[in-house]
Design a protein around this ligand. Structure first.
Ligand code: ADP
Length: 248
């Protein structure tokens, strides 16, 4: 039998800011094709963990491997994105004066730089790919709508589409449900369960109803390390987790 490779392997990672330990001997493994939610109180180290994986912060010590043998601590942010690790920040950064199709077109041509993008002509294949992504993020009926007139939730979906079009293997997503209506939150959970069939997803989130709807493995961070791991029901029943969330 063939050992399944770890997609992301984080081992003994430490990050300090002026002597304050934001990550304290953090270790976790993500398997390919898995959706994983990261929760934890404010200051637990969730953002710092994402920053380390995506090369925004270099850890003081520890190991961060992608696909078992790529040492991510040796790459910068741009190189890590090219390796297939896409990150979506909380605030959408779509271009409001362009249509949905044009935003996706720009994301597709993005790696060529702005000057080359001006002369970028889509092939039929690429146009088809944009249509596919629009359908995937449930925006196919809004092809020519200006991004500026979309709801907050629709902007988030467009931005996820802009990541997907670059064909990543892993998506790291920061608080997708923040600011969404209940209907948008439910639709986003449905979208993520769909995406999880094809991509590996790491979702940092506070909204417990959303996490419940994701129906995935949950990792609880606290004071820079993993406090508990399991299904949402399992971590909610964990006494240490209860104490941390009730602040005792
Ligand atoms: P979370 O995302 O779980 O809320 P963070 O990773 O943002 O937690 O932060 C972990 C801890 O590290 C917090 O106490 C925060 O104040 C501190 N921290 C994060 N970034 C910096 C920084 N650039 N300089 C100093 N302290 C920081």
């Amino acid at each position: 039998h063939i050992e399944q490779k770890a997609l992301l392997y984080v081992d003994g990672v430490n990050v300090s800011f002026d002597g304050f330990k934001a990550l304290n001997n953090l270790s976790l493994i993500m398997k390919p094709g898995e959706m994983q939610a990261i929760i934890g109180p404010n200051g637990a180290g969730k953002t710092t963990m994402m920053d380390v994986i995506t090369g925004k912060i270099r850890p003081d010590s520890g190991t961060v491997l992608f696909r078992d043998d790529i040492d991510l601590t040796r790459y910068d942010e741009a190189a890590i994105a090219k390796l297939g690790i896409g990150r979506k920040f909380q605030k959408p950064s779509v271009i409001e004066s362009l249509t949905i199709f044009e935003n996706l077109e720009l994301a597709l041509s993005g790696q060529r730089g702005v000057f080359q993008s001006l002369f970028f002509k889509l092939t039929a294949d690429q146009a088809g790919r944009i249509d596919e992504i629009m359908a995937l993020v449930k925006l196919e009926d809004r092809r020519d709508t200006l991004a500026g007139s979309l709801s907050h939730g629709q902007k988030q979906w467009l931005e996820i589409g802009m990541l997907l079009i670059q064909d990543p293997d892993v998506l790291l997503i920061d608080e997708p449900a923040a600011g969404m209506t209940d209907a948008e939150t439910a639709r986003t959970a449905e979208l993520f369960r769909d995406l999880a069939k094809k991509y590996s997803l790491v979702v940092v989130e506070h909204d417990m109803e959303f996490i419940e709807a994701l129906d995935c493995r949950v990792t609880v961070l606290h004071e820079g390390s993993v406090l508990a791991e399991g299904s949402l029901a399992q971590v909610k029943a964990n006494q240490k987790v209860v104490e941390v969330y009730l602040g005792r």
